[in-house]
Design a protein around this ligand. Structure first.
Ligand code: SF4
Ligand code: SF4
Length: 292
């Protein structure tokens, strides 16, 4: 790595090299084996520097503070509180149900890791000057983003929550035909005798919600041509915040399971991995740091 890289990526790299999970494991262990009624009591004690897995954490309490809400969920194990969010049904890779306590641990770790990686992504993405996530395949920005070659995809999809649709002033396709399909339906939605992705960039209302479709060569209308920055950064859609190094502790499956009260809940599979998207320049640049 060059000295210049050292400077502009310093903040993100230092977060990458100091993962929060070893601290989370320590807090979990102390809480479950110690005489603590709440996780907050444990957090109040971890005031000194600690070395875990070869990494020195100067101020564990400060580092853990932003994850306190997730860590408090461990209190469910001691019967001190009820789970705030409905826990999904979790199976292992052999499709066998995972015990409730382990399921809770996996769920908490998925949430914490996702939050941590989202922050690291924002720190590493900005200095890259890359806009691959904001453009359709094979746009004029590909080379500037460090992507060499030709993308095979016909379009990129940015799924949107209902509240995010108004961020974009674009044509809306909201018909019976669109609402009876998903973006992956085969055959694809046809508009004027051509697949939808052969048309101009637009907002589509599918069976499973809205999405912005970026066909080949297109650029998100909220990407400033002058600064190459997102013009709605603080309000950008949830999916635009998702990291290119992402938590894969749990994978959502298409299945549902019936809870004891008869409610259908999603089924997740325990994977216990972190994955990275290879097209992303910072993933390629920092593959060694990500792999450690
Ligand atoms: S909304 Fe912003 S972050 Fe999301 S694709 Fe458009 S320009 Fe990129
Ligand atoms: S590919 Fe990576 S660096 Fe490029 S915009 Fe997406 S997250 Fe940022």
């Amino acid at each position: 790595m060059h000295a210049e890289d050292d400077k502009i990526f310093q903040q993100g790299l230092s977060r990458l090299k100091k993962p929060v999970l070893p601290l989370v494991n320590m807090v979990q262990f102390l809480y479950l084996t110690g005489p603590f009624a709440t996780v907050g009591e444990v957090l109040g004690r971890v005031t000194k520097a600690v070395e875990l897995e070869g990494v020195l954490y100067e101020d564990p309490r400060q580092m853990l503070a932003e994850y306190a809400a997730f860590l408090n969920e461990f209190e469910v194990i001691k019967g001190k509180k009820k789970l705030s969010a409905a826990l999904p049904f979790i199976v292992n890779e052999k499709d066998e149900p995972v015990a409730k306590r382990q399921a809770l641990e996996l769920w908490i770790k998925q949430e914490i890791l996702s939050r941590e990686l989202e922050a690291i992504n924002s720190m590493l993405c900005g200095p890259c000057g890359c806009v691959l996530c904001c453009t359709g395949p094979n746009s004029a920005f590909d080379a500037a983003s460090g992507f060499r070659g030709r993308m095979k995809q016909e379009f990129f999809e940015i799924p949107l929550a209902d509240s995010e649709v108004d961020l974009f002033t674009l044509a809306r396709i909201d018909t019976e035909a669109s609402r009876s399909r998903t973006v992956l339906s085969d055959p694809p939605l046809q508009l004027e005798k051509a697949p939808f992705y052969k048309h101009e960039m637009a907002l589509y209302h599918w069976k499973n919600g809205w999405s912005l479709i970026l066909p080949e060569g297109s650029v998100c209308p909220q990407l400033s041509k002058d600064t190459q920055r997102c013009m709605v950064y603080t309000k950008r859609p949830g999916v635009c915040r998702k990291p290119q190094i992402f938590a894969y502790v749990l994978e959502k499956t298409p299945d549902t399971a019936k809870r004891s009260d008869g409610k259908l809940i999603p089924v997740y599979m325990a994977r216990n991995k972190v994955l990275a998207v290879w097209d992303c320049p910072y993933v390629r640049k920092f593959q060694d740091e990500i792999g450690t």
